[in-house]
Ligand binder design. Structure first.
Ligand SMILES: Cc1cc2nc3c(=O)[nH]c(=O)nc-3n(C[C@H](O)[C@H](O)[C@H](O)COP(=O)(O)O)c2cc1C
Length: 209
């Protein structure tokens, strides 16, 4: 069932959901397939359509990914001594991240968007073309999920151990890059607010920088 949201509401309320994920409610395969079919409508460089999505529901594999995610995040989180004292939005983000550390393995679905071809050490053009061929599709997946009452959050911590994740998932590491790990679950409540952003004029450059 689709939520009653306008396109603008979907675009402005698809938030990073970490604490309001319903860990008990299973996510139907068909709902995930609908979101993935919509993701396939995104563009790819040279119309190559060489994207892949690994959809993980197996609890053991999720536990393995959660372990890699924590080990990857530790580098960033380990430097934070008193998370509860960080002011403002960043404090809330860190609090949410620490919550996800404890619960990622319980999130019913982990989605790993992947793209064919590694760009390690390649030109900006090669990198932009490869990443640009998977990131729009992954974001479309997250928007489609939102309209179906699912919460998601873009994460990259596990990529510190991308090779180990590839082994765990059977991904041919030398040929395929993983772009993210997106936890997916129904949300607790469906009301989300637009985020605070800096004024537009601080980031828009009309005609020239
Ligand atoms: C490229 C990228 C990498 C991110 N990596 C992580 C991550 O590893 N772990 C995590 O909890 N959040 C991660 N995030 C989410 C951000 O920390 C941030 O919370 C989010 O973009 C803000 O969401 P909001 O505007 O809905 O509050 C990532 C986001 C992006 C775009």
């Amino acid at each position: 069932m689709l939520l009653d949201l306008t396109p603008d509401e979907v675009l402005s309320t698809t938030r990073a959901v970490r604490k309001r994920l319903d860990l008990e409610r299973p996510v139907e395969h068909e709902v995930l397939a609908e979101c993935l079919r919509l993701a396939q409508q995104a563009p790819t460089g040279s119309y190559r359509q060489d994207w892949h999505f690994v959809v993980v529901t197996d609890p053991e594999v999720r536990a393995g990914l959660a372990e890699l995610w924590w080990r990857g995040g530790e580098k960033y989180l380990g430097r934070i001594e008193r998370p509860e004292e960080i002011p403002g939005m960043m404090g809330r983000v860190v609090e949410g991240v620490l919550h996800l550390v404890d619960h990622l393995r319980e999130v019913p679905v982990h989605v790993i968007p992947c793209i064919e071809g590694r760009t390690d050490g390649k030109s900006a053009l090669a990198q932009a073309s490869r990443w640009g061929s998977i990131l729009p599709a992954a974001w479309s997946f997250m928007l489609a999920a939102r309209t179906r009452g699912l919460g998601t959050v873009w994460t990259t911590f596990h990529l510190v151990h991308e090779r180990e994740a590839a082994e765990l998932l059977g991904i041919p590491y030398d040929e395929i890059m993983q772009a993210a790990l997106i936890p997916v679950a129904y949300t607790v409540g469906t009301d989300f607010k637009p985020a605070k952003r800096a004024p537009l004029e601080t980031m828009v450059h009309w005609d020239r920088w």
